[in-house]
Design a protein around this ligand. Structure first.
Ligand code: GDP
Ligand code: MG
Length: 434
């Protein structure tokens, strides 16, 4: 989706005059991209109408940047489609919240329950998991396994077949144990969920609808079906790591009138990201995701290095040393590529998904050459000539071509990172407010 939309905008940007035709071509291209990405037809049509209303070419005074206005309108419309206009439920300290997960079988509920619990545990909450899926054999074992791995208390039964009974017991028990976030995993059958919602003594404070991003055009109807049987209050879109199409998220928001709060980006516990509308849309439009990037910096770059790194980047100084240190961090901390995958054009080239081992080897190779540059007493990549390149190649036991490749990579990264120039540096303790 991102590719086609940014291409469409690019094409329009390249057009010499932005007239009715250029705008229509661009909108048609975007419409096609959105439909292909499984956004419901009606939503796409509405967006198109709105943009045409906002962007009245005749009214635009001379001197205004029409392209910017059109691009901004598209950005705003996509943001609006993802924003249901009401904030999601938030947990409160000192109070026990019950959160119930619903969604079709296989959508990722059990996996996401654990990710959700783990995420909040890291933030200082005291979560617990309850397995109310009495429908599928093995459901309890799966939850138990996940919970054990994350060291989160769990409750369930191999014998009991009534999900209501298990939920009530589980909630009572964890309330006694002073858990403040009790998560109820369900089977994905509407009937069970309706009974659960109606019969649980403590009604869930929040029902999260979990949706597989690959379900295609079915997203809207599926989300609506769940919304009609239980009071869905938030959406989590899973499997965004695959051939993820963002479109389903837009449909789910429209159908449930609830915000997307997280996305799942893999099978592992930490492959889970807070969903933010603007960065998501930025990414869709190929504009880069700076706030997601900042979050990742906080996760991957050691605390004591963060202020210094941000300071340097804000000054527009992306040095070879920074690249080296960041490579080091990535190799040390993993999961490799997460930071850089936030940046346009980065993950696909330096670290293609599924080829992490090769990427890792490549980065190690780059680092050996960078070591050789430093040993040589001059690590300024701008002062490069043939004889230096040859010396570096010799010093690191690599070919001249390898050195050239590394320098190209540096140039490419420096260009991308230079966008950080002028970035506002948060003061200590303000990082999370970004
Ligand atoms: P449930 O039936 O709704 O409880 O779904 P599960 O949690 O059992 O997940 C079904 C499958 O999807 C499992 O193999 C999970 O590992 C996988 N899965 C869940 N979330 C993600 C995700 O974000 N990315 C990927 N790649 N796989 C996921
Ligand atoms: Mg399950």
């Amino acid at each position: 989706l991102g590719g086609s939309i940014s291409r469409a905008i690019q094409q329009m940007s390249n057009a010499t005059i932005i007239d009715e035709k250029a705008l229509n071509d661009c909108l048609n291209e975007i419409t096609r991209a959105l439909l292909q990405s499984d956004v419901q037809f009606k939503l796409v049509r509405d967006m198109q109408t709105n943009i045409k209303k906002i962007v009245n070419l005749d009214d635009l005074a001379a001197g205004h940047n029409k392209r910017k206005i059109i691009q901004q309108a598209i950005f705003n419309e996509l943001c609006k489609m993802l924003d249901p206009g009401k904030p999601s439920f938030t947990l409160k300290k000192g109070k026990t919240s019950v959160v119930m997960f619903v969604g079709l079988q296989g959508s990722g509920k059990t996996t996401t329950c654990t990710k959700y619990a783990y995420y909040h545990q890291k933030k200082g909450w005291k979560p617990a998991l309850v397995c109310a899926d009495t429908f599928r054999a093995g459901a309890f074992d799966q939850l138990k396994q996940n919970a054990t791995k994350a060291k989160i208390p769990f409750y369930g039964s191999y014998m009991e077949s009534d999900p209501v009974k298990i939920s009530v017991e589980g909630v009572e028990r964890f309330k006694k144990e002073n858990c403040d976030l009790i998560i109820v995993d369900t089977s994905g059958r509407h009937k069970q969920e309706v009974a659960l919602f109606e019969e649980m003594r403590q009604k869930p404070d929040l029902v999260i609808f979990v949706m597989d991003s690959s379900i295609g055009q079915a997203a809207f109807d599926q989300a609506q079906a769940f919304k009609q049987s239980v009071a869905v209050g938030a959406v989590i879109v899973t499997k965004m790591d695959g051939h993820a199409k963002g479109g389903g998220a837009l449909s789910a928001v429209a159908a449930t009138k609830s915000p997307v709060i997280f996305i799942g980006t893999g099978e592992h516990m930490d492959e889970f990201e807070v969903f933010d509308v603007k960065p998501f849309v930025s990414r869709l439009l190929g504009m880069g995701d700076w706030s997601g990037f900042m979050d990742k910096i906080q996760e991957v770059v050691p605390m004591d290095q963060q202020p210094e790194l941000l300071q340097k980047l804000s000054e527009g100084n992306f040095t070879l040393r920074i690249m080296y240190e960041q490579f080091q961090n990535l190799l040390k901390m993993g999961p490799i590529g997460q930071v850089f995958s936030m940046l346009p054009g980065f993950s696909s080239e330096l670290m293609p998904k599924g080829r992490e081992k090769e990427s890792q080897a490549k980065i190690k190779r780059y680092m050996t050459m960078m070591d050789s540059m430093t040993n040589e007493g001059n690590s300024n990549p701008k002062l490069m000539n043939e004889s230096r390149i040859m010396r570096i190649a010799r010093g690191s036991g690599r070919s001249v071509r390898d050195v050239m490749e590394m320098l190209e990579e540096y140039k490419r990264l420096a260009k991308i990172w230079s966008k950080m120039k002028g970035l506002k540096i948060p003061k200590k303790g303000e990082m999370s407010a970004l």
